[in-house]
Design a protein around this ligand. Sequence first.
Ligand code: PAF
Length: 291
Amino acid sequence: MRIIRSVPAMTAWSLGLRREGIGIGFVPTMGALHEGHRSLIRKARLACDALVVSLFVNPSQFGPGEDYARYPRMFEDDATLCRREGVDVLFAPSAAAMYPAGFETGVVIGAVGKRWEGAVRPGHFDGVATVVTKLFSIVRPDRAFFGQKDFQQSVIVQRLAEDLNLGVKILVCPTVREADGLAMSSRNQYLTRAQRQVAPVLHEGLQAGRTAILRGIRFGAQVARAMQRVVEQEPGVTVDYLACCDPQTLEPLPCIAKQAVLLGAIRLGRVRLIDNLLVKVKADRREKDGP
Ligand code: PAF
C-alpha cells in the first residue's frame, strides 16, 4: 500500500491509472477507522480495480466549540487496517496541503443541508461538500462509497455529485451496528461506560418508529411521537431531533406513502450520536389487489 500525502502526487497516480482504463474506487474518511469503514472498504475493494482511502480530519466541517482538536487520530492503526484490506493508496494530506494560504472558495449546500444536522451544526455540510468536491478532484474516482449512518450527508453528496456533474457514482452502504444496535461511529469512543449502556436507546427509538409504521401508522407526527416516547424515557438523554422524513428532500412527512427515513440525533453529556432507519411501506393489499 502506498501512503501519499501530497496533492499533486495523488492526482498523478490516479491520472496514470485512468489513462490505462483502470477504474478507481474511493472511500473518504476522517480516520479512527472501525467496522463500518471496514465494510465500506471491503465493498469498494470487491467492486473496483484500484482503491483509494483518504484519511483527513477536515477542519472546515467542524464548528467553533466542536471536537476538531480532540477528534481521534490514530494513523498507524488506520494504515494497518487499510493495508490488511488490500487498499492500494492511503491518501493522508495535511490541513495545509488541502487548505493552503489564500484558500477562499467553498461549496454552499441548498435547503437539504440546512435542516437536522445542518440546523444543529451550521456550516457543517458546506464544509463536507467543499472537502468532498476537493477530494473528488484530487483522487478522480469513478465510484465513491459512503455509509448510510450519515444519511443526510449521503443525500447531500449524491445531490452534489449530480448538481456539479462531478462524474462520480455515489454508492451508499448499510450502517454497521454493535450487537446491541448502536451504530458504529468514531465518536462512540468518547462515551463513558455509563453513557455507552444508554446509547442504544437511539436505535431503539428509531425501531419503535419503524414498528409504528409497519403496524399501519401513516402520520409522520405520530411516528415521531412513538420514537420520542422511547428515547425520552431514558434519563440523561437530550433529544436534538427525532423525525419522520421524505428520504430525498428530508422534509418532515405529514403522511407516509411509500417510504420514510427516520432520523435521530441525541446528546449524552457532550457526546452527540446520530442514526437513522429507512422504512419501506408495503402496498396496502386492498390498494394493490383492488376492492
Ligand atoms: O463522513 C466522513 O467521515 C466525512 O464527513 C467525510 C465524508 C470524510 C468528509 O470529511
